[in-house]
Every structure is written in C-alpha cells, then in structure tokens.
Design a binder for this molecule. Structure first.
Ligand SMILES: *Cc1c(COP(=O)(O)O)cnc(C)c1O
Length: 411
C-alpha cells in the first residue's frame, strides 16, 4: 500500500499492476499469488488471532486485489465487493434516515433503481440533478446533502462532469463525494486525486475485462473512512469471493495494454463513423465537437473505449445491430469482446419514452463497447450493416406514404 511518507518515486501504473502480490507467497514462493478458497483460518491459540480468521471479514487472495486497487486509485483502503452494485451501495451505509443523497440525473440504471428504492423505503432522501448545470448543482448543495454521487463519463451519452468542481463544492459544504469510475478504470481517471473521498467500480467491466466475473470495488482516500466502509462490508456481508478476486487480479495485470488498444480503436471508429452520411451524431468525449471534450482532456488520461452513435432516420438501428457479426448484442461493457446495444430497448428500457427523450436517448441511438478485435474487421462489420439496412431517403418517404395509404384504406 502507498505510504505517503516514503521518498521513493511512485512506480508507473503498468508496473504496479504487474507486481501486486507477485512472488510474495511464504509457503512455496508461488510467483502468481495463490488462491485461498478457505472460508476460515485456524488460530494458534485463543489469544493469537490470525491475520485472517473468516473470509467474509478478510481473505488473503481478496486482500491482494484490495491493496492493488487502493494503490492504483491513490487511496488508503480498498474493499472488494461481490458486484458493482454492492460497491455503489456500500457508501450509502454512511447515510442516515432523513439525510439527502445527490445523484446524477443520467446515472447507471441499476444505481437509479437502488437509490429510488432505498429512498422509498425511507433509508434516506434522494435528489437527481444534472451535475453539469451549475444552478441546479448549487440548489442541490443548498439542501445540505450528506453524500453526492458522481458518474463520469455517463451512460450512454458519455456526458462529462467536472469532478474537481463538484468535489470542491462538496468540500465547502462538508459533503462526502463518491465517484463511480467504472467507465474509465483507474488507468484513465483517478477521482480521489481530483478531490473525491470514495471511488467505486464495477470490476465486471474494464478491471477484470474478460466478461467472466461480476464484481465491485470501493476505495477510500482516507484510512479511517476506508476502515468504516470495510466494517460495513463485513457487517452486511457484501465482500467478494476469493475466486472472483483471483480472476479479477489476473485481468488487472493487462488493464493498461487492453485499454490503450481498445481506446485507440474506439477513437478511429468514432472518427470514421462521424464522417458517415447516415450518422447524425457520434457521442465520444475524444471528438472535439463533444460538449465535454475540454473537461475530459483535463481530468482524464484518455477518452476510453465506449461511445454511442445516433443514426439518421433512414437507418433502422434495430435491424442494423442484428446484422453485426463481430459485435455481440449484449449489455455490459469493458471486456475484450466488442459489444453493441440499443439503450432504448435494453439498458434504458425501464425509463419511459418521455424520460428517455428528456435524457437525449433516441430510439436510433446505438451504444458500442469496443474490444480487442482488429479495427478493420470492426469497421467493415459496421459499414456492412449500415449499407445493408439503410433505406435510401426517397425509398423511405415512399414506404411511409404507402403505409399511410394502407392505414386510411383500412379505416
Ligand atoms: C455495470 C455498472 C454498475 C453495476 O455493476 P455490476 O457489476 O453489474 O453490479 C455500476 N455502475 C456502472 C457505471 C456500471 O457500468
């Protein structure tokens, strides 16, 4: 773990990711950290409590991942949870009934559901605000919240929130700041260094990156706060399984190389598609016309590998994504495999059409998670599907007219 007092220069991300827990096994000198599946650990005597006694409270394999992520996020304490939602929920244990939580109006759907359901149960009050709107943000802070949740870039439009700005306001008002850093991972953004108190992750996404574990992580900047969160994780029993931690640590080793390649490919595809005549808009923070470009450039070390595309009306997005062969239609993101989804019918289907329209999510919006396949194969997959499903504008008008005729004849 990082010791603030040490004078040795901080090693690079790649080095920290590849040395965490390596060759530290005292039993056999295993180079790869061993997998300790044991639920419990023996005491030498009743007066001699072992470092780990019960795997809900602590586990040596999970500890390696906890320490690695704490170091990579620049925090004092890491807690590994069973899922990303458990990670989002953990800091909410700090909020009492009657106190207020502020969350982004366009936060992850599962987070929206969790916050509204807990608020309905009376666990706390919740207020969803557009955190890029200074006036709305000021009004929210005036209500003396206990905790503010930040999520940037947002899903699926990749809106960017100025993390330092929100964290500074929060500090002035004595509010705990929690940032969901799932979309970028600690390799591309470190909210604790931008002034936040707590970072949460769905490690299911980039950190594990192999679409074979569902998991989460919470990292606190200060030791005392981190220990409180670890206490709650044990009390509520949401800590992650050792095998999941083992696999996630294995994924973490290659996070920098995966993400570097994935974002380079995403950048190329985003640029290519934004020049396509059938594309209305590409939402990628790495494009200069994106509203969050300047802030993203300042607070991120890269633009990530997620973007969304809004097609012109001539394109039937639903038919288009069914035509794709290299991209798999699925929810989730951040894995080695490229994924495509139609937010209006999948990730954001629980929102009413009005709420979706208000949030700027059209029915022709397609979200892409770019994986590690060759960029030429991904591009030709996309172009092939666009060409195969787009109706020429004149043809579409003709079809619409025919459909209208059919209706009036029927009536
Ligand atoms: C996926 C996701 C979560 C929830 O994580 P799970 O691992 O699916 O429980 C939370 N926040 C964001 C931004 C996510 O993308």
């Amino acid at each position: 773990m990082t010791n603030a007092k040490t004078k040795t220069p901080q090693k690079h991300f790649e080095t920290l990711a590849c040395t965490a827990g390596v060759a530290q096994d005292s039993a056999y000198g295993s180079v790869a950290p061993p997998l300790h599946l044991s639920a419990n650990f023996g005491w030498k005597s009743v007066d001699d409590k072992p470092a780990f006694d019960y795997s809900r409270s602590g586990n040596p394999t999970r500890k390696v991942l906890e320490n690695a992520l704490a170091e990579l996020e620049g925090g004092a304490v890491g807690v590994i949870t069973a899922t990303g939602m458990a990670a989002v929920d953990l800091p909410l244990c700090l909020v009492r009934a009657g106190e207020l939580v502020i969350a982004p109006h366009d936060c992850y759907g599962g987070t929206h559901r969790l916050l509204t359901s807990r608020a309905r149960q009376g666990h706390f009050n919740v207020l969803f605000v557009d955190q890029t709107d200074e006036i709305a943000l000021g009004a929210a802070f005036a209500r003396k919240p206990k905790l503010i949740l930040i999520e940037t870039p947002s899903n699926p439009l990749l809106r960017i929130t100025d993390v330092s700005r929100v964290a500074t306001l929060a500090k002035q008002h004595g509010v705990i700041t929690v940032a969901d850093n799932t979309f970028l991972s600690p390799f591309l953004q470190n909210p604790l260094q931008l002034g936040c108190d707590i970072v949460v992750h769905s490690t299911t996404k980039y950190i594990n990156g192999h679409s074979d574990v569902v998991g989460g992580a919470v990292v606190a900047r200060e030791k005392a706060l981190g220990e409180t969160l670890a206490w709650w994780a044990n009390a509520t029993g949401v800590t992650g399984a050792p095998f999941d931690s083992y696999l996630t640590l294995r994924g973490l080793r290659t996070l920098p190389v995966r993400l570097e390649r994935q974002q380079a490919t995403a950048n190329k595809i985003a640029e290519n598609l934004s020049a396509h005549p059938l594309v209305k808009q590409v939402y990628y923070p790495g494009l200069e016309n994106h509203t969050g470009y300047d802030i993203a450039k300042q607070q991120q070390r890269g633009f990530g590998a997620m973007f969304s595309v809004e097609f012109r009306d001539e394109v039937d997005a639903r038919a288009l994504i069914s035509r794709l062969e290299v991209f798999t239609i699925a929810e989730s993101l951040g894995g080695f495999e490229s994924l495509v989804c139609l937010p209006a019918c999948m990730t954001h289907a629980s929102m009413s059409p009005d709420v979706r329209a208000y949030a700027g999510i059209s029915d022709n919006l397609v979200r892409l998670s770019v994986g590690l396949e060759h960029e030429e194969d991904l591009l030709s997959d996309l172009h092939g599907a666009i060409d195969a499903t787009a109706r020429p504008a004149r043809q579409k008008r003709h079809d619409d007219a025919a459909a209208n005729d059919a209706v009036s004849i029927g009536v």
